[in-house]
Structure formats: C-alpha cells, structure tokens
Design a protein. Structure first.
Length: 320
C-alpha cells in the first residue's frame, strides 16, 4: 500500500510516499481502508521531533475515517463494511496518512448513516478536544456565556457548534473573512481578535463578562481571560503558555474564583465516549466539520505547511 512516512524528524519535505506492507491487525485492532485523515498542528510537532521520540520511519496522522475491512480476533461490535472514524492514533504507532491503517478498537466508533466520511476524517482531534474542554472540563451549562478564541480554527469551529447545540451563548473571535461562516454555525457574537478594544467588546457582548473560555493561545490570552471573566469562570487551555507565568493578576484571579484547566486530548480516558457524542451530533446535523481543502497522499507536505501558516475555516484532510 501507499503511505506517507518520515524517516528523520525535520521539515515538511521529510514527508514522502513509500510502498509499504499493508498492516495486519493485532487481536484488538481494526484494519481501516482510509478515506480521510485529518491534518492537525500536532502532526507537525511530531514530525519536527518536538514531542516524545518515536521509532522511525513513521506514518503520521492522529485522525482517520474509512471502511472497516478486517479485524483481530478480539474485536466485537463492528462489522466488516461499517464506516468508522476515530482519533488518538498515530501517537504511539502508525497513523492515518496511508491507504490502510490498523487502529486499536477503543479509538474508533461506527459512523451514523448520512455523515460524510471525508468530513468525519477531520472530526476526531478537533471535536474530541472541544467536547472534552467544554463538557468534561468546563462543565458547560445552558446559562453560560462562552468565549471561544479562534472560532474559525478546526477546534474553534467544532467548539462553536457544540456550544450552540447546548443552547449556551457564544462569543467567538476570528479574522474578519470568517465572521459570516461563524454566525452561520451558531455564534451569537463574532469579534476580530485584532481589535484594540477586544476586552471591552467581549464584556459588553457577555453583559458584563464570560463564564467559560476555550483558550488555544494561553501565552497571549491568559491575562485577558482573567480580565473578561465573571466570578466562577472556567478557563480551559488547549494551547501553550510558553511564558510559564500563569495568571499574573493573582488578586483578580482570586477575586473571581477562576478555575484553569490545561488539557490534552490524549488524556481522554475512553475515546469512544466523546467520539459517539460527536458522531451523534454529526448524524443529527448539529455539528458539521467544514473541509477547507483535501489533499492526496503525495501532497502531505503542502497540507502540513498550510495547517500552520494559513487562515482557513475548518479542516484540511488527506484523502488517499
Ligand atoms: N491540547 C490539546 O489536546 C489540543 C488539541 C487540538 C489542538 N490543540 C492546539 O490548539 C491550537 C488550535 O488548533 P486547531 O487545529 O484549531 O488550529 P487551526 O485550525 O490552525 O486554527 C487556528 C486558529 O487560531 C486563530 N488565530 C490565529 N491568530 C490568532 C490570534 N492572534 N488570536 C486568536 N486567534 C488566532 C485562527 O484564526 P483565523 O484563521 O481566523 O486567523 C484560527 O481560528 C493549536 O495550537 C493546536 O496545537 C491542542
């Protein structure tokens, strides 16, 4: 089969298409014929060697969607021919940028009828992250005002729709070309993150402040978050705080009883739980993963370059 691999850590041009053996599923693995594999910022960190070391050469890709083709003897509950999607793969073993991938059966679930398999390939990391941040960590309530920084991103546009489905109020930030799309996805107020009076505008849109914040750039926004927070606000960080300062204004933080959780999707105790919730939202038409562009396997380097450098609404996926 054809698979993208990198033989050394480094720049995008380390990615190349190799002919490799089709994997044999182990006892608890499902062999998936890949129809779509999301391209995520974390794929680039792994390629660069910025995370823990891997055995090389390696096939990248944390997300996958496709057709269940074969399985090891311990797999139950799925039938050959089922359409499946999953995430959390490609961290400790080979990923989704290939014609086939063997996936542990606790990292994927069946797709409901009617859900587009190409969109599902881009859904995993971003929707599971948004679900875990908002529902599991922030304990989102219908009465909350929720601030989503970067609502146009992969995580952001999934988060906007998950909050919209809950009925809570959404203030999202994005660059101006994406504002109309975010209103269409359910945001109540969309603001340009570049404006000088952003904090004032957020507080005004939230009738005084916000109850939940999804923050993908902690180093830029942590103090801002404290400033726009209502008492009892839950801030969930999915980005880096490269400065390592935490909340600077400790008196303001204390006065507001702020809670900060910094999370990684990879700590999800059972991926099938959020994957099923997200699948059901997609099946009911409440969550639409927007695909900004699809790429062939031999365009993986372009896709990984664009995911870090360009502004687009939604997701980039590889369709082998
Ligand atoms: N902790 C975890 O488990 C986890 C999981 C998934 C992702 N992440 C991290 O979360 C981040 C976002 O991931 P993603 O897949 O959503 O990336 P993405 O699709 O590339 O989205 C990036 C978003 O950042 C916005 N943005 C750019 N400059 C900004 C600024 N100065 N202020 C506010 N927003 C700005 C972009 O808006 P415009 O395009 O409108 O300019 C876009 O909405 C990445 O750093 C990723 O590594 C962490």
């Amino acid at each position: 089969m054809r698979a993208v691999r990198f033989h050394e850590h480094g720049r995008p041009d380390e990615l190349r298409v190799d002919d490799v053996d089709r994997p044999e599923p182990a006892a608890h693995e499902v062999l998936v014929e890949v129809q779509s594999a999301g391209v995520n910022p974390v794929d680039t960190y792994i390629r660069e060697g910025a995370t823990e070391p891997f055995t090389l050469p390696m096939i990248p890709g944390i997300d996958v969607a496709g057709t269940f083709t074969a399985a090891g003897e311990s797999v139950t509950g799925l039938e050959v021919g089922d359409r499946v999607y999953g995430t959390g793969i490609g961290k400790n073993h080979h990923g989704g940028y290939a014609e086939y991938v063997a996936v542990p059966d606790d990292l994927l679930v069946a797709l409901p009828p009617g859900v587009d398999v190409v969109a599902a390939g881009g859904a995993g990391v971003v929707s599971v992250t948004a679900w875990r941040a908002l529902v599991d960590h922030a304990n989102l309530q219908v009465t909350d005002v929720c601030l989503i920084h970067g609502g146009s991103g992969g995580v952001g546009h999934a988060a906007v729709q998950i909050v919209a489905a809950s009925g809570a109020r959404i203030i999202a930030t994005a660059s101006p070309p994406h504002h109309d799309d975010l209103y269409a996805l359910g945001a109540d107020v969309v603001l340009d993150y570049g404006r000088a009076d952003l904090a004032e505008e957020v507080r005004e849109a939230g009738d005084g402040g916000v109850d939940v914040v999804l923050d993908h750039r902690l180093h830029e926004y942590l103090q801002f978050d404290a400033h726009v927070a209502n008492v009892g606000c839950r801030v969930v960080g999915i980005g880096e705080d490269e400065t390592g300062v935490g909340f600077e204004r400790s008196s303001e933080t204390r006065r507001k009883d702020l809670q900060l959780t910094i999370m990684t999707m990879f700590n999800t105790p059972d991926f099938r739980i959020p994957l099923r919730k997200v699948a059901s939202l997609m099946g009911e038409g409440e969550l639409e993963i927007r695909i900004a562009e699809t790429y062939d396997l031999d365009e993986a380097a372009d896709a990984q370059q664009r995911v870090l450098e360009d502004s687009f609404l939604g997701k980039l996926v590889i369709t082998p």
